[in-house]
Design a protein around this ligand. Structure first.
Ligand SMILES: *Cc1c(COP(=O)(O)O)cnc(C)c1O
Length: 488
């Protein structure tokens, strides 16, 4: 037996590379990341090609070890040069992106020491650090220190945690679900509808409250609907408002909605996954009026704090209900219960063992301080306004409303020609060019192109490049159109 153990040890020790090997690998990885970042402003934001039909050999898992340079080649060719490049300042398509460099270093440290950040007993320092970050967020949005928070993997899980906590707070049982009412707008993020299904509440009633011309939920209509629902014996329990819709950046009137929620005893959740950290820009305080009155709020550091993907947050005032849903005392974890001075992430989240996300968030905040974050966010807002103004100077373009945050919408509407089709073609041509990546949306059947500015690497240069591309592409479309159908 000892012989066999020793034989196995010899092989298993390969999992623990020694210093020379580590240094070699580190150097190869660092050199790849430096090449990736070098000259990033001239690299594509979108690689327009069909996904390869044959997966690279290197994707296959088998008994044989490979070499790092070979694998890095695969990463470069088959992962980092296909699809959207979210590290590029030219990525203005979907909201998340960026990926602060110190976060990568934080992840590296956290993965090497692998602190168990799920439970206070196991890693008091790591858990305290995360709780500190959450307290900072709480104070930022005006929540009391008694609020609890969780660093999640993203806004979707944050919204789910808020919904199930509200369900608990209202003591709703399966037999009540058919009568339970959730209020939201058609511009609410689809993760809400997903959360309803995951929470087993598909039978609940979803009320889509009408929107004003700027696509903001109308509080008076909300109140009318609540009154009608109460008259019919239903159970209004959850209102979602968006602080920055993903689609257009519209901000629901959260202050008035909070007042209504309070009046009728309904849980008010603010989904600020996109807009939340714009609170750092003090000149925007007016837009955040009343945020502190909500029961819960979702924030997404991997959006408006520029973190790499996989970092969301949820803050909830009702600690008791949050614990009631998520807390569990497992027999095999009895040692961890003794030291219960500080709340553990596992007590307030579906997760147990978790990534030590705090490190990737804390390191950049400390290394940079808050000032550059505030500046970058204000810059993005101004870039969106600048774009919105400049695009109107190019003939035949129209725009959506003046951006409230950093999303602008526009479309190409020449005197004749089918606008929706033309804009689809325009978008496709921009993507083929690849230096800038944009997305589209449909509002009441109208096709709009979206410019969502939230990568910290997006600056004036990228916006001017976009304007230049639009100018050129519009001219090309115009020529094509007059060739094909001179009469429109
Ligand atoms: C992105 C987004 C979400 C979902 O967050 P993920 O981090 O992608 O899971 C939810 N709500 C809004 C308003 C968003 O913009």
């Amino acid at each position: 037996m000892i012989d066999r153990i020793k034989k196995l040890e010899e092989i298993s020790r390969k999992l623990d590379p020694q210093i020379l090997q580590r240094k070699e690998w580190e150097q190869q990885v660092i050199s790849y990341s430096n090449d990736f970042l070098e000259n990033i402003e001239n690299k594509k934001a979108y690689y327009h090609s069909d996904p390869p039909e044959i997966l690279p050999q290197e994707f296959e898992i088998n008994e044989n070890p490979s070499t790092l340079p070979k694998l890095i080649d695969t990463i470069g060719n088959s992962i980092d040069q296909v699809g959207i490049n979210p590290a590029s300042g030219g990525h203005m398509g979907y909201i998340p992106g960026g990926g602060l460099y110190p976060s990568a270093l934080g992840d590296y440290i956290a993965a090497v020491s692998n602190r168990y950040a799920g439970v206070f007993f196991a890693a008091p320092g790591a858990v305290r650090l995360e709780n500190k970050l959450l307290q900072w967020m709480s104070r930022l949005v005006g929540f009391p220190d008694s609020a609890v928070g969780n660093l999640t993997s993203g806004g979707s899980i944050s919204n789910l945690i808020a919904l199930v906590t509200a369900r608990e707070a209202h003591k709703l049982k399966a037999r009540n679900f058919e009568k339970s009412v959730i209020y939201l707008s058609e511009q609410a993020h689809h993760s809400l509808q997903k959360a309803v299904r995951i929470a087993g509440m598909n039978e609940a009633i979803l009320r889509y409250i009408p929107l004003d011309e700027k696509l903001r939920l109308i509080p008076a209509k909300l109140e009318d609907q609540i009154k009608a629902d109460l008259r019919s014996g239903l159970i209004p329990f959850f209102i979602n408002s968006s602080l920055g819709t993903t689609n257009t950046g519209a901000i629901d009137p959260v202050d008035e909605i909070s007042e209504i929620a309070k009046k009728y005893g309904i849980w008010h959740h603010i989904d600020a996954a996109y807009g939340g950290f714009f609170k750092l820009v003090t000149s925007l305080d007016e837009k955040f009026k009343g945020v502190e009155k909500a029961d819960s709020i979702t924030l997404d550091p991997h959006k408006s704090l520029f973190l790499p993907f996989g970092t969301g947050a949820v803050l909830i005032k009702d600690k008791k209900s949050m614990l009631a849903v998520h807390h569990y005392l497992a027999d095999y974890m009895q040692d961890t219960h003794a030291v219960n001075e500080e709340i553990s992430p596992a007590d307030i989240s579906p997760e147990l063992t978790k990534h030590f996300r705090g490190m990737r968030l804390w390191l950049p905040l400390k290394l940079f301080g808050l000032k550059p974050f505030r500046a970058a966010l204000e810059e993005k807002i101004m870039l969106a306004r600048y774009f919105h103004g400049e695009i109107q100077k190019i003939p035949d373009f129209e725009t959506g409303p003046e951006p409230e945050l950093s999303v602008a919408m526009f479309r190409y509407v020449p005197a004749n020609g089918k606008a929706n089709e033309l804009n689809e073609r325009l978008l496709e041509n921009i993507r083929k060019d690849g230096r800038i990546f944009l997305s589209s949306t449909s509002i009441h059947g109208v096709f709009w192109i979206r410019v969502a500015i939230l990568i910290y690497r997006t600056h004036l240069k990228e916006i001017n490049l976009l304007l230049e591309i639009l100018n050129k592409q519009a001219a090309i479309l115009k020529d094509q159109k007059s060739e094909v159908s001179p009469n429109g």
